[in-house]
Write a protein that binds this ligand. Structure first.
Ligand code: PGA
Length: 256
C-alpha cells in the first residue's frame, strides 16, 4: 500500500521559537493518522536539532523530520554545504531534492541532482524528488515530455528496489509555486497519471502503483481535499500553507 504524505517545505522562513511552537501545535492537534500516513517537517538546517527533539518527545512515529537540500559529497572542502551524514546525525529521514528554486536560483543541473540521489540512497535516506514545468512549457503543451525528461535524467538509472524504497515524487508546476495559482484537480490528476504511466513503462505496474506522487504549488487548506481526492495524488508538498497550524492542519486532515 503506497503512503500518503503531507510534507511542509518551510523554505527560509520561521525562527526556531516560531517553528517549535508550530510543530508542537500541529502534532498535538493533528487528526488520527492512518498507518500509511506520514507528515514531514522540512526545516532549515539550523532548526533540525530542535525540531527533532520535539518530534521525538511526542512519540508519534508518523511525524518525520526532513531537510530541504543536501550536498552530493560525504565530506570535504565544500564551504557552506551540508552532508547526508550530518543530516542523519540530526535525525533527518527525508530530503527534498530537485526543488525548482534550487534548479532555477542555484543552477542545480539534472546531473548534479542524480549524484545527490545516489548519495542519499547509499545513506538509506528517503528522497522527495521534485519535478515540474515552467509556464511557457505548459502553454506549449509540452509538460508531459518535460517532466518525463526530468525524471529520466535524475532517477531512471536507479533499479526498481531503489526507486520503490527511497523515492517519493513531488509534481510541482513552477507556475503554481508561491503564486496562488493552483493546478486544477484535472491538471494535477493528468500529470500524476502520466508520471505513473511512465513509471510503469520504465519499471513495472506494481512499482508504479507503489510510488507516492505528491502535488505541490499553492496547495492550501481550501483546495487540498479536492486535489488529494484524485486517484493518483497521494498528498502534497506544501510551502506557504505549511507555516501556520491553521492552514497546515486541514491539509493533513485532507489525506485520504
Ligand atoms: P507553495 O510552495 O505551496 O508556497 O506554492 C510549494 C513548494 O515550493 O514546495
Amino acid at each position: 500500500m503506497r503512503k500518503n504524505i503531507v510534507a511542509g517545505n518551510w523554505k527560509m522562513n520561521l525562527s526556531i521559537a516560531e517553528a517549535s511552537n508550530l510543530v508542537e501545535t500541529i502534532i498535538d492537534a493533528a487528526p488520527a493518522l492512518r498507518e500509511n500516513h506520514v507528515v514531514v517537517f522540512c526545516t532549515p538546517f539550523t532548526h533540525l536539532q530542535t525540531i527533532a527533539k520535539i518530534i521525538d518527545s511526542k512519540g508519534h512515529s508518523q511525524f518525520a523530520l526532513g531537510a530541504q537540500n543536501c550536498n552530493d559529497q560525504i565530506a570535504g572542502a565544500f564551504t557552506g554545504e551540508i552532508s547526508v551524514n550530518m543530516l542523519k546525525e540530526m535525525g533527518v529521514t527525508y530530503v527534498i531534492i530537485g526543488h525548482s528554486e534550487r534548479r532555477q536560483l542555484f543552477g542545480e543541473s539534472s546531473d548534479f541532482l542524480k549524484k545527490k540521489v545516489d548519495t542519499l540512497i547509499a545513506a538509506n535516506m528517503q528522497i522527495l524528488f521534485c519535478c515540474g514545468e515552467p509556464l511557457e512549457i505548459r502553454n506549449a503543451g509540452e509538460q508531459n515530455q518535460y517532466v518525463q525528461k526530468q525524471l529520466s535524467d535524475s532517477l531512471f538509472h536507479l533499479d526498481a528496489a531503489q526507486m520503490k524504497n527511497h523515492i517519493t515524487i513531488a509534481y510541482e508546476p513552477i507556475w503554481a509555486i508561491g503564486t496562488g495559482v493552483t493546478a486544477s484537480t484535472q491538471q494535477a490528476q493528468d500529470m500524476h497519471a502520466h508520471i505513473r504511466h511512465v513509471l510503469s513503462e520504465t519499471y513495472d505496474s506494481q512499482l508504479a502503483a507503489d510510488i507516492s506522487i505528491l502535488y505541490g504549488g499553492s496547495c492550501n487548506a481550501q483546495n487540498a481535499e479536492d486535489l488529494f481526492a484524485n486517484e493518483d495524488v497521494d498528498g502534497g508538498l506544501i510551502g506557504g500553507a505549511a507555516l501556520k497550524s491553521e492552514t497546515f492542519l486541514p491539509i493533513i486532515s485532507a489525506m485520504h
